[in-house]
Design a binder for this molecule. Sequence first.
Ligand SMILES: [Zn+2]
Ligand SMILES: [Zn+2]
Length: 109
Amino acid sequence: MTRKNQSQLDHTLRERALKLFPWVCAHCGREFDGKTLHQLTVHHKDHHHDNNPPDGSNWELLCLYCHDNEHQRYHVADSSAAAPTIHEPDRPSTFTPLARLGDLLKRKP
Ligand SMILES: [Zn+2]
Ligand SMILES: [Zn+2]
């Protein structure tokens, strides 16, 4: 039931956005008409779908491809900020330079 309400909401939201803005992708500038209009989607600039100001200032019309890219960029930036030490973990507590030095000395003739 909530799912249906959500899709109905999206539908009217999109129609409102299509009345407000020219049918052009805001990123690649591709133009749309009645035949291709289904490829034009409403993107929320702040990624909050509940933020729908009546003047459409949080909306952007994007084609399917640019919309995908936009969300991928967002997710990549999000995950790298959340886990900055995913490559090369720094663990000074298990790093034992003296033990390695000992190994090096033993190998010397
Ligand atoms: Zn586009
Ligand atoms: Zn979006």
